[in-house]
Design a protein around this ligand. Structure first.
Ligand code: BTN
Length: 245
């Protein structure tokens, strides 16, 4: 059992919860410092994409100080997306994980995780886990290019309150984000693969322009092994920028 708790700071509108937590981290804030905002004016996603952040959804960033090598950082990406997935999971809903850290409902994105942080050559100073979870997007909230590609938690859990979701996330993040060693890590990566039933595409891997395949395994460092038309292909952090949806 662990006695860890999140140290929660609540805001109204912010630029980006990740930026606030990074500022706190640079000033020495402790692990599990967490910022939740009602909306973001400059929310961002992976690959420099904007993260549309109107009121009504959950925008949350958590500070971690894992004792890992920079080369082991992909493990944190796996563990954080698994934690968010397990917090949102409903037995009879068609939910799955898509590499590297998207959570899908019926093939539409319900949540995404952005990992940022500061590393030295031989250690990780801190990691900021930024989570964007669509709770209750109305059709008018959804940008035109995303219609049909995103979903809301309320489709499967209409009564879910944001504070109850924060409590569920706290439990799962504390459980999974500390599982980056030994048997805990082995169990977590198998669990991730079990829920990663979505095909994944990646550009420019091993000299191949685009590969597409089902996740079948994961290396010890947290790289994904795909079963593709070109055989088994391993995609890692360097390939993430080439991930295609
Ligand atoms: C993705 O591209 O899928 C990741 C999206 C992450 C968005 C969240 S919202 C809270 C935190 N603050 C940000 O600016 N981004 C992350």
């Amino acid at each position: 059992m662990t006695s860890e708790r999140m140290i929660l700071h609540r805001y109204g509108d912010v630029s980006s919860t990740n930026d606030l937590v990074k500022e706190m981290a640079d000033k020495g804030a402790p692990e599990w410092t967490t910022v939740v905002a009602q909306s973001q004016s400059a929310g961002r996603g992976r690959m420099g994409r904007p993260w549309h952040s109107p009121k009504g959804n959950l925008y949350m960033s958590v500070l971690l100080r894992p004792k890992i090598l920079p080369s082991e950082l992909p493990r944190m990406s796996i563990l954080s997306s698994l934690a968010v997935f397990m917090a949102l999971y409903r037995n009879n809903a068609s939910m799955n994980l898509r590499w590297p850290n998207d959570i899908l409902l019926d093939g539409r994105k319900i949540a995404g995780v952005l990992l940022e942080g500061r590393t030295q050559s031989d250690r990780v100073d801190y990691v900021v886990l930024g989570m964007g979870i669509n709770l209750n997007l109305s059709e008018t909230d959804i940008p035109e290019d995303l219609i049909g590609k995103i979903a809301s938690v309320h489709e499967v859990d209409p009564g879910l309150k944001v504070d109850d979701l924060i409590v569920k996330l706290e439990r799962k993040l504390i459980k999974y984000c500390q599982s980056y060693r030994g048997e805990d890590w082995s169990a977590a990566r198998s669990e991730w693969i079990r829920h990663a039933t979505e095909e994944t595409g990646c550009k420019d891997v091993d000299g191949i322009k685009t590969v597409r395949g089902r996740p079948v395994d994961m290396t010890d460092d947290g790289w994904l092994v795909l079963n593709t038309d070109h055989g088994l292909v391993t995609v890692g952090p360097g390939d993430l920028s080439g991930a295609v949806e």
